[in-house]
Design a protein around this ligand. Sequence first.
Ligand SMILES: NC(=O)c1ccc[n+]([C@@H]2O[C@H](COP(=O)([O-])OP(=O)(O)OC[C@H]3O[C@@H](n4cnc5c(N)ncnc54)[C@H](O)[C@@H]3O)[C@@H](O)[C@H]2O)c1
Length: 118
Amino acid sequence: MQLKAGHVAVVTGGAAGMGRQLCVQLAARGCAVATCDIDAAALAETAAECEAAAPGCTVLTHQCDVSDEQACLGFAEAVRTGLKTDRINALFNNVATPPPPSLTPSRPAPRASGGPGP
Ligand SMILES: NC(=O)c1ccc[n+]([C@@H]2O[C@H](COP(=O)([O-])OP(=O)(O)OC[C@H]3O[C@@H](n4cnc5c(N)ncnc54)[C@H](O)[C@@H]3O)[C@@H](O)[C@H]2O)c1
């Protein structure tokens, strides 16, 4: 999908690295950007970089831990009210979180037979 001026893009983990660069690139394209991160101070730097790249751009920042469902719902509500829209054009799930416990082996793998013992 080609993102264009006026589109709404949501980026998780926008306070640093690739997430921040993504926000800046999207703002430079004329997209309205909403981004969340656990680091509020660094999020403010992202907003400043977006403004420097695209003066007058729309950038909504929200402090949020994406591993916390309630916090994510709060972010969604902040996007709805802050950008006055129920529709987004793109979601960049940039933050990696650990897998849920159900995907984590609960028992150690059996030792291969024939190997040296303890
Ligand atoms: N940089 C690479 O070469 C590379 C390669 C492959 C995959 N990745 C993946 O891409 C993503 C971004 O990489 P990066 O190098 O830009 O990372 P980065 O560490 O520079 O930035 C990650 C951002 O996510 C934020 N964050 C971390 N946990 C969070 C949470 N629970 N809730 C909200 N925000 C949170 C951090 O505060 C930080 O601002 C990561 O998921 C990484 O695993 C990166």
